[in-house]
Design a protein around this ligand. Structure first.
Ligand code: NAD
Length: 500
């Protein structure tokens, strides 16, 4: 365990003493803004400092991306493929280091982060291999013209990411942007900025030219705002809270930015009484308590058919009480700490809200006494009603709200009765019902008899307050590229003649 923590500390120290700098135009740019602390969630102690990029540093980063764009966009897809595949190889070679940094900086558990780092490499490899065909379009012939389309990278883009699984999420947005031929200014979340530095360093070691990928630190309201308002930034790919998405849309409206939003969720897992209940139980637990509950696609609402509600929820409560909470570096740990005291306070408040609303706290609900670090016990609210805040609001912690339903119509109505529409999980052995309910759920993604298993060519994203646009496969390229239509006359049509 301590060797993994030592690995993490060595990585953090490798970025140099003092406040974490930025990475602009292929080199480190020193921190000049007022420093603020980065905390280690597992110990509650200060891990280091970070600061806002100054206005000049944001200008410099955007100018570097703007100047590097024509050359990077003009490279052949094959050349981009090679560099990005080298980056994928280096991510794999550094997977332990990356995972260790995620554990120390984001409080995520080793058992999940060792795989998440590898997924980061897979994201790079997947989009790298598609770089040569990214510009390809369609042939759309009409009687008198051959219409054909092609795509070009949109320009320098901003990528703004949250703190929950920072490395994997950043690769998911940055790899397709680079593969498409865009240049990037990345702003990672201020509570967990270290793995973003690893990523930008790895990309340069792989041979990415200076200016193609820049990384600036700082708060959303300052550094993030400057980036999203900058006229040279052509699009903003954002992952974070729904309310931040609204702010970014406002900030980018003056300069007509294209936006892609992956936002919050209050995702239902619906368990019918004909389902494989053992697997449904495993999946429901995994999808809310893994990643410390800080997961956009977490199944944070459990809708269980009333015929099996009591027995299912009783088994669930036993398992929740049995989850291993502790040191994120311990491979046996299942639930680690929350990211920050402010987030801890938000999550902890919901136990009070649940009591006031009249729900039952069947597990957890009270902070550990005397714990160092921001550990919150896995919590289960039962006998909840649809109208309660614990059933409506994204808590983003290891907290599950269980609600009974009577039949298919009731399940669909409750599942859809929230402002969010990211993912839905459905457990039933009736194929017809699986099809009907999947169609009826107002969400961007449905998993039937499964937990969240990602397939990179498939679209990822949400409806309603959960997002705008889709990632994955060609959807990512559609966002980062402009489509052009070219109509070539066959010489068979008559051009209208005026003023003859
Ligand atoms: P957040 O919205 O507070 O912050 C996300 C990023 O936006 C950070 O880098 C932050 O500094 C920046 N930011 C904040 N205000 C800004 C502004 N005005 N202008 C520009 N940038 C700004 O989100 P968070 O608390 O870091 O992350 C948790 C949220 O992210 C949850 O709601 C979760 O559901 C969501 N999330 C969604 C997905 C998805 O794929 N749908 C994935 C992971 C997380």
């Amino acid at each position: 365990m301590s060797d993994k923590r030592d690995l993490a500390l060595a990585a953090v120290q490798s970025f140099g003493p003092g406040t974490l700098g930025h990475y602009i135009n292929g080199r480190v740019s020193p921190a000049l803004g007022t420093p603020f602390d980065i905390l280690e969630p597992g110990t509650g102690e200060t891990l280091g400092q970070c600061s806002d990029a100054t206005q000049d540093q944001v200008e410099e980063a955007v100018a570097a991306a703007r100047d590097a764009f024509p050359k990077w966009a003009a490279k052949s897809g094959e050349e981009r493929r090679k560099v990005l595949n080298r980056a994928a190889d280096l991510i794999t070679a550094n997977a332990d280091r990356i995972a260790a940094v995620e554990c120390i900086d984001a409080g995520q558990c080793w058992r999940f982060m060792s795989k998440a780092a590898i997924r980061g490499a897979e994201n790079f490899r997947f989009f790298a291999d598609r770089a040569p065909s990214a510009a390809d379009g369609q042939a759309l012939p009409s009687a008198d013209h051959l219409n054909y389309t092609s795509r070009k990278p949109i320009g320098p883009v901003a990528v703004i990411t949250p703190w929950n699984t920072p490395f994997m999420l950043s690769t998911w947005k940055i790899a397709p942007a680079l593969a498409a031929g865009c240049t990037v200014v990345h702003k990672p979340a201020e509570w967990s900025p270290y793995s973003a530095r690893l990523l930008v360093e790895i990309a340069h070691e792989a041979g990415l030219p200076a200016g193609v990928f820049n990384s600036v630190n700082g708060l959303g309201e300052t550094t993030g705002k400057r980036l999203t308002e900058h006229p040279s930034i052509k699009a903003v790919a954002f992952v974070g809270e729904s309310s931040t998405g609204s702010a970014i849309m406002r900030q980018g409206s003056e300069t007509l930015k294209r936006v892609h939003f992956e936002l919050g969720g209050k995702n239902p897992v619906i368990v019918f009484d004909d389902a494989d209940l053992d697997s449904a139980l495993d999946a429901a637990i995994f999808m809310i308590y893994s990643l410390n509950g800080q997961r956009c696609t977490s199944s944070s609402r459990l809708l269980v058919q009333s015929t099996i509600y009591d027995s299912f929820v009783a088994k669930l409560a036993e398992r929740v009480k049995n989850l291993k909470v502790g040191d994120p570096f311990d491979p046996a740990t299942e639930v680690g700490p929350l990211i920050h005291p402010r987030h801890f306070a938000k999550v902890a408040r919901y136990a009070e809200i649940a009591r006031q609303e009249g729900a039952t706290i069947a597990a957890g609900g009270a902070p550990f006494e005397g714990a160092k670090g921001f550990f919150y016990p896995p919590t289960l609210f039962t006998n909840a009603e649809q109208s309660m805040r614990i059933a409506q609001e994204e808590i983003f912690g290891p907290v599950l709200t269980a609600i009974p339903f009577t039949d298919e119509a009731d399940a669909v109505s409750k599942a859809n009765d929230v402002q969010y529409g990211l993912a839905g999980y459905l457990w039933t052995s009736d194929v017809g019902r699986a099809l009907r309910v999947s169609e009826a759920l107002d969400v961007g993604m449905v998993w039937v008899n499964s937990e969240n298993v990602r397939h990179l060519p498939a679209p990822f994203g949400g409806t309603k307050a959960s997002g705008i646009g889709r990632d994955g496969g060609d959807w990512s390229f559609d966002f980062y590229m402009e489509t052009k239509n070219i109509a070539l006359a066959r010489g068979t049509h008559k051009v209208p003649r005026l003023g003859v």
